[in-house]
Design a protein around this ligand. Structure first.
Ligand code: HEC
Ligand code: HEC
Ligand code: HEC
Ligand code: HEC
Ligand code: HEC
Ligand code: HEC
Length: 333
């Protein structure tokens, strides 16, 4: 009898521990709203037909998959992230919230449409793409949940550890990516501008490897000197024998450098880079000859104004004055 009780209480203790560890771990990163956690009801409805009709605030025509309040995940997320809610970072063109913030855009840039229409300017939402560049994946239709966990993760920006399945790669805040201003708690319009503008993040590692989870043709094990399919990343500008001008990069003036993209003067703001020895936000922002080039130096994760989601107008047909600016910051031709 005593033995049975011991086993039972042992089991109970284990169960309790599991609960204690499982619940807060999830809750703490929950949409990064910290103490001000977002209620499930912001996104889910339990009894769609309870009142015999459409519940208020919920799209008609339901119930929908996963008991969501919108018919698709993209619609659900864009309901707040389309610029209509000044506290929610706007990810849908046109984006004006960062005007006057000192930055030209957010860390990820923006999608050119809310879904279903192909664009050349970055990732497409809700379009069935048969063949994906530099990827063994086929037939993908991207949603916000292809890259972000709607319920939060320990990763920066709640990105999924395994966007393509498999082991994946965790990109952790305060370890791989640093931030200066935290978001507001509770969220506010001004705190969101400061928290989500591009310069609020500093990079140390793994953000590029994360992109190669889906674009596996660019993995550092595949895209090697003998089989070069793309520009290298995670390498220092001053590596021996590189066709770069690291002194020019450090000086930050002249060819390639400017105050605004798309003004009529050659030069764009300094591109993003990575500091592999960084320990905090400040050290991740120190300009040095061994700063490293990353995917985010050239691309924005969502997309933007220019072809291929590039940060500056490199491929635009009328060859604007800024066409080679990004390249020249490191190469100085
Ligand atoms: C920001 C919006 C949002 C909030 C808030 C939210 N969910 Fe979800 N939830 C989603 C989306 C979107 C999916 C579908 C995921 C997909 O498309 O892959 C989902 C899926 C689910 C699923 C299906 C299984 C799974 O994980 O995919 C469960 C269960 C669930 N949510 C429970 C909850 C509970 C419980 C809460 C509150 C603690 C909550 N959700 C809060 C957006 C949300
Ligand atoms: C292809 C992957 C991908 C898809 C699809 C995607 N995101 Fe992101 N998103 C990212 C990455 C990566 C970042 C972080 C970029 C950085 O700053 O380094 C990010 C950043 C963000 C941010 C922070 C603000 C910003 O603009 O930097 C928000 C909010 C966000 N995403 C929401 C969304 C929503 C809503 C959708 C769907 C409409 C979506 N994302 C679809 C990869 C994606
Ligand atoms: C969930 C898988 C996934 C992840 C993660 C992902 N991509 Fe993609 N990417 C795609 C798919 C699918 C396409 C093809 C459809 C399209 O253009 O959106 C694509 C296309 C692209 C394109 C071509 C866009 C165009 O306009 O032709 C670029 C550039 C790109 N990705 C860069 C990146 C970068 C940089 C990252 C990391 C921030 C990244 N991708 C992360 C799935 C992914
Ligand atoms: C009810 C409104 C609402 C909905 C619906 C919503 N969001 Fe958000 N989201 C916000 C707000 C507000 C913030 C800013 C939070 C802050 O500053 O603390 C935010 C922040 C984010 C961030 C940045 C988190 C960080 O700290 O890095 C991401 C990524 C994001 N949302 C993705 C999504 C995705 C994906 C969906 C759909 C599954 C979604 N959101 C649905 C309101 C919403
Ligand atoms: C030095 C700048 C630079 C870096 C770094 C860079 N790219 Fe690109 N990327 C470009 C340019 C420019 C293009 C347009 C096509 C071209 O010129 O090859 C492009 C095109 C692409 C395309 C679309 C190819 C197509 O055929 O549509 C994908 C996908 C892509 N890049 C993903 C990535 C990923 C993922 C990373 C990081 C692992 C990365 N890029 C790093 C500059 C860069
Ligand atoms: C942030 C710095 C940075 C930027 C921006 C940059 N590069 Fe590079 N680039 C490098 C470094 C470092 C190397 C040396 C490593 C290597 O060979 O990939 C390099 C190498 C090259 C090479 C030589 C490849 C070989 O086979 O040896 C070419 C060509 C090149 N870059 C073109 C470009 C173009 C075009 C752009 C603009 C679209 C660009 N780079 C933007 C840092 C940069």
């Amino acid at each position: 009898m005593i033995k049975k009780q011991k086993i039972l209480s042992g089991l109970l203790a284990i169960l309790t521990l599991c609960l204690i560890y499982a619940l807060p771990a999830n809750a703490a990163h929950y949409h990064d709203l910290e103490k001000n956690r977002q209620p499930c009801s912001d996104c889910h409805v339990q009894h769609y037909s309870e009142g015999g009709g459409t519940p208020s605030g919920v799209e008609t025509g339901g119930p929908f998959a996963e008991l969501l309040i919108r018919s698709t995940t993209n619609k659900l997320c864009l309901f707040c992230h389309d610029g209509s809610d000044p506290k929610a970072p706007d990810v849908l063109n046109p984006v004006t919230m960062y005007d006057g913030s000192g930055d030209e855009h957010s860390g990820a840039g923006f999608f050119n449409n809310s879904g279903g229409v192909t664009t050349e300017n970055g990732h497409d939402l809700g379009v069935d793409t048969v063949s994906i560049p530099f990827s063994s994946m086929t037939n993908i239709s991207l949603t916000c949940a292809s890259c972000h966990d709607p319920h939060g993760t320990a990763n920066y920006r709640n990105v999924l550890t395994s966007p393509a399945g498999g082991t994946g790669i965790a990109v952790e805040p305060a370890l791989d990516v640093f931030r200066d201003a935290p978001p507001g708690d509770p969220p506010s319009a001004s705190a969101s501008i400061a928290a989500y503008k591009e310069s609020n993040l500093g990079y140390k590692a793994k953000s590029s490897l994360w992109c190669t989870e889906c674009h596996d043709g660019l993995k550092t094990t595949v895209n090697v000197p003998g089989n070069r399919v793309h520009h290298f990343v995670d390498i220092p500008i001053n590596g021996t024998g590189y066709p770069t001008d690291s002194a020019h990069w450090v000086a930050g003036t002249g060819s390639g450098f400017g105050t605004a993209t798309g003004d009529l003067t050659e030069g764009v703001p300094r591109l993003r880079f990575q500091v592999s020895g960084a320990t905090d936000y400040i050290s991740s922002k120190v300009i040095a000859s061994n700063n490293e080039v990353i995917c985010a130096s050239c691309h924005m994760a969502h997309g933007g104004k220019y072809k291929k989601g590039l940060v500056w107008p490199y491929l635009e047909p009328d060859s604007p004055v800024d066409a080679n600016s990004g390249c020249n910051q490191c190469h100085n031709f």
